[in-house]
Ligand binder design. Structure first.
Ligand code: RAT
Ligand code: ZN
Length: 414
């Protein structure tokens, strides 16, 4: 069937984008064998670090006292301050209401204990099924940190893989804190030295190859500060060039760089303490150009970087642009950024990842983003209609699938 009017088009596009299963290429969710590392339920939703930053602006309590409270009390305080004492208009607040309604709960009751009762009754297996089904999620890529002692144990012990949770190897400590990481590697028996001599670089490559093998990670990833530069005389640039990129090339996995986070702007806020800064797109250009046999996936945190990054992406087929990351995951910005990306890149990018840290968040993050992606895509098809190019339902479906799943999968298998 062909959609011949803008309103028919919009309906068809919305249906396709809302219902096409997603492969979520970056989350902080964990498969059930990781135990308590898989966060879920209303108290976790309410104590999401995006909301902690918001409540600390208005609550009559300092962050030290807040963090000393039990989780349930923290959640209760956030509920009172951000949902009852004032209307929950921020994106992170609205997200919770979307989760509750999509799960069939009555938000009008404003009754936190009622919501708690619903989530407390779910066992982990049923909860994962429910969240994935409600969000229309086929799979979620985890963030697997080989330097985290608890997580490391789970990998070393081994577990039955669940193909809804896909691994990705996150290597921030290796690239952002070499002296401390060097000590850890040495304690694990790798022949490393802070000076980054040949033996050390070989040992780091061995470590990466072993962990890629152990986790079967789809890609390696790092988050980087705004002042990240390449090339540069620094342990980071050296380890990237001599260890990460060669190992990524040999194993055929992309290297994902998430650039622009200023860690610990207000350390008292802990996980909620990070800010944003303008990053250097030229460094990405130099990496993509100098290492054509490597595959790069990049997202940047500053709104002001988005146009330059999209233009850079046009120049390199070994670069996959993805997501509206963190402080950009807000409706007005997703609309603006996605629109610009369609105009510059056609369908050759991944419009969104959820970054979910709590299982239930996939419901709202995908619901909200899909609606905007659909609106923007429908506008673009309407532009084609003006030139007598009517897309049919099959073509719309195909395009939605590229955006939500196959652009990512195809890039991995290239
Ligand atoms: O979005 C977030 O939850 C951030 O805290 C970060 O985790 C960020 O997405 C990252 O992966 O570093
Ligand atoms: Zn993240």
């Amino acid at each position: 069937m062909t959609a011949n009017t803008p309103s028919e088009l919009h309906k068809t596009v919305l249906k396709a984008v809302m219902h096409t299963p997603v492969v979520d290429m970056h989350t902080h969710l964990f498969a059930p064998p990781f135990g308590d590392m898989l966060l879920r339920g209303i108290d976790e939703l309410l104590t999401y670090h995006y909301l902690i930053a918001e409540v600390m602006r208005v609550a009559p309590i300092d962050s030290g006292d807040f963090y000393a409270m039990p989780k349930r009390a923290q959640a209760g305080l956030i509920w009172r301050e951000l949902f009852i004492e004032r209307s929950p208009v921020s994106e992170a607040c609205r997200g919770i209401l979307t989760v509750l309604t999509r799960l069939g709960l009555d938000t009008a009751s404003r009754n936190l204990d009622e919501f708690r009762g619903f989530f407390d009754a779910l066992d982990v297996g049923d909860h994962v099924d429910l969240a994935f089904r409600t969000a229309g999620l086929k799979a979620a890529v985890m963030t697997n940190d080989p330097f985290d002692d608890v997580e490391r144990e789970v990998w070393l012990r081994g577990f039955d893989p669940d193909d809804r949770f896909l691994p990705a190897l996150r290597i921030d400590p290796l690239l952002n804190d070499w002296p401390r990481t060097c000590e850890k590697l040495a304690a694990w028996g790798y022949k490393v030295d802070t000076t980054l001599n040949h033996t050390t670089l070989a040992a780091v490559r061995k470590f990466l190859a072993e962990w890629l093998g152990r986790t079967k990670a789809l890609y390696m990833a790092v988050s980087l500060p705004p002042n990240f530069a390449f090339p540069e005389e620094s342990p980071r640039a050296e380890i990237m060039e001599d260890c990460v990129l060669p190992v990524a090339r040999e194993s055929g996995v992309p290297f994902a760089m998430m650039i622009g986070v200023k860690r610990g702007v207000n350390p008292a806020l802990r996980l909620a303490s990070d800010g944003v800064g303008l990053a250097d797109v030229d460094s990405v250009v130099r990496l993509c150009g100098s290492f054509p046999k490597n595959k790069f996936m990049v997202t940047m945190l500053a709104r002001e970087n988005q146009h330059e990054l999209a233009v850079a992406t046009r120049k390199f087929s070994n670069l996959l642009l993805f997501g509206c990351w963190w402080f950009l995951n807000n409706p007005s910005l997703i609309d603006e950024i996605t629109r610009m990306r369609f105009e510059l890149l056609g369908l050759s990018f991944v419009p969104q990842h959820s970054d979910a840290r709590i299982l239930d968040q996939v419901i709202y993050k995908w619901d909200h983003s899909r609606r905007i992606i659909a609106d923007v895509l429908a506008d673009k098809y309407a532009g084609l209609l003006d030139a007598d190019w009517a897309v049919n339902e099959h073509e719309i479906q195909r395009d939605a699938q590229r955006l939500l799943e196959t652009n990512f999968r195809d890039f991995l298998s290239r």
